[in-house]
Structure formats: C-alpha cells, structure tokens
Design a protein around this ligand. Structure first.
Ligand SMILES: C[S@@+](CC[C@H](N)C(=O)[O-])C[C@H]1O[C@@H](n2cnc3c(N)ncnc32)[C@H](O)[C@@H]1O
Length: 281
C-alpha cells in the first residue's frame, strides 16, 4: 500500500507535471509541432534544430542527452544528425507521444522519465558528450545552480552544453499587454515561483485544458553563466538572437520564412533567445 503522505514530490513538480501531461497530447496533435512532417520526410528536422545547426556543429556519433525533451521532436532531429540520443522528461504523456513518434518513423532514441534534478542518478555520471536543452526549459526549474550541477554531472570531461533558450528579458515582459513591451515579471531568479493560470498554450489547439496552474522562475543571463562557471564549465559561446520559435508577443510579432518570430516593429530592440555553449573542464 502506498502512503500518500510519504510522497516527497515538491508541489511545483506535481502542479507543473499535471499541466505538461495535458499539454503534451494537444501539442502532438497540433499543426505547430508538425509530426506528420517527420513521417513524410526521413531527413526532416524540427525548426528549432534547423535554426541551431550552424552554431551546434556536428553531433555525428556523439552521445547526447536532451533535458526536458517534451514530445521528442528536437531529440529525434538530433538523432537524425547522427547523435545517439537520450531524451529525459518528467511527463509520462510527453514521453508516450515521443516514443510513438520514434516508433513510427523508425528513428532510434532512448526516452527516460524523470525529473531534471535526478538526471545524473537516472542516466549515470559523466556518460555524455553533449547536453542539449532549451526553448522553454529553464523556466520550470527553481534553481539554476542546481541545474548547472546536473549538466556538469552528466558530461564527460571535454563534453559540451548547448542551450538555446528564451531570453530572461523576454520572460520578464507581460505578453498580454499588446500595446507595448511592458516589463512586469522578475528578471532575476526569485525564491518564490511565479504562480500563473494559463488557459491556452504556445501552439494552436482546440483543446480546453483543466490543469492550467503553473509555477515558473526566471534566471538572469549573468546568473546562468555564473552557475555554469561555478561548476567548472568554460563558456565558449554566447549569442543573442532577435527571434524566438513561437509567437511570444501575440499582436506584436511576425513569423519569418525560418519559422522564427520577430518583433514587427524594430526587432533590433529585443533579444528574444540566446545560444549559450560551454565545455566541461
Ligand atoms: C516547453 S517544453 C520544452 C519544449 C521543447 N524544447 C520542445 O518544444 O520540444 C518544457 C518541457 O519541460 C518538461 N519539464 C518541466 N519541468 C520538468 C522537470 N522538473 N523535470 C523534467 N522535465 C520537466 C515538461 O514536461 C515539458 O515537456
């Protein structure tokens, strides 16, 4: 018999996992994630990985782990570039969709269910040549220092981190204010989460969600870089981009041919995402 009171799962994990379990199913069915394109073309890559490729370089033959892999579209794309990929996520529904996709396309990817902070104990210490993550991943974690330690623990010496992520300045802006860019949320990491209720999601869907509560945190760019330096990761690249792969500010952005969204008016005002690379010493 299970004693519910013995469940030490933090509240933010329970709340966010319920939200993601629901969203994963809707995302897999949405045109935004375009799963049919992976079936139609065995060389198809997700928009995210296609954008990342020039900075990522070759991953052919490397052992990679994709943290917070969601429904596996980026993980599978990395496998298609020749990497031996493991995807980790705490959402059983997301992994069910990911395994279904890889099963149909025939791509070889290993998916593991678990919390990011437990990744080294689940996947092994220093087993990987690279860690790939981002695009709405860090904001679900309360401590960027703890995340950096996970990255360092997963990588072999000389292994590298590749992250393209929503810029902390982007997360600080209230996307509901369509008349201008209004900074309304913390830029820096705070102890308390931002508790929110979001009825929709970032891709088009008709699904009506019931688990709409989320707990998130921002992490400043300096905090992220410092957290990596504190675990002996040498920063080898930091590039800020004027674009983001979803419509982050509805009514104020246009989609480009590359599937990225930029401010319609003077996109040079705003860094929307960044690519950060670091090597384990
Ligand atoms: C926005 S999605 C990542 C998007 C991904 N880049 C993509 O589009 O495929 C965030 C993912 O983080 C996962 N997640 C959130 N908190 C987590 C945690 N503590 N441990 C593991 N996975 C987590 C969610 O289940 C979700 O699949």
């Amino acid at each position: 018999m299970t004693d519910a009171s013995a469940d030490n799962t933090p509240e933010y994990v329970r709340v966010n996992r319920a939200n993601w379990n629901e969203r994963a199913v809707a995302h897999a069915a949405s045109p935004g994630y375009g799963l049919d394109r992976f079936l139609a073309d065995p060389a198809h890559l997700s928009n995210v990985v296609r954008f990342d490729e020039p900075l990522l370089g070759s991953v052919d033959g490397l052992r990679g782990v994709h943290l917070q892999c969601h429904i596996g579209t980026d993980t599978l794309s990395l496998a298609r570039l020749g990497a031996q990929m493991t995807g980790l996520d705490f959402s059983a529904s997301a992994l069910e969709e990911a395994r279904k996709l890889a099963g149909i396309t025939g791509d070889t990817v290993h998916f593991v269910e678990g919390d990011v902070y437990a990744a080294p104990s689940l996947l092994g210490m220093h087993e990987f040549d690279f860690v790939f993550t981002g695009i709405g991943a860090l904001c679900w974690l309360p401590s960027v220092s703890q995340w950096a330690q996970v990255v360092a623990d997963l990588l072999r010496p000389g292994g590298r981190l590749f992250i393209r992520e929503g810029h902390p300045m982007l997360w600080a802006i209230d996307e509901m204010r369509t008349e201008a860019l209004i900074v309304d949320y913390p830029y820096f990491e705070t102890e308390a989460p931002l508790v929110d209720e979001e009825e929709g999601t970032y891709v088009e869907t008709d699904v009506v969600f019931s688990h709409i509560l989320t707990h998130t945190w921002n992490h400043g760019l300096g905090e992220i870089v410092t957290a990596l330096m504190n675990v002996d990761m040498q920063v080898t690249g930091l590039v800020e981009h004027d674009s983001v792969p979803w419509n982050a500010f509805p009514g104020q952005m246009d989609e480009g041919d590359d599937g990225e969204w930029r401010l319609s008016d003077r996109p040079e005002r705003m860094a929307c995402t960044y690519t950060l690379q670091a090597v384990k010493q």
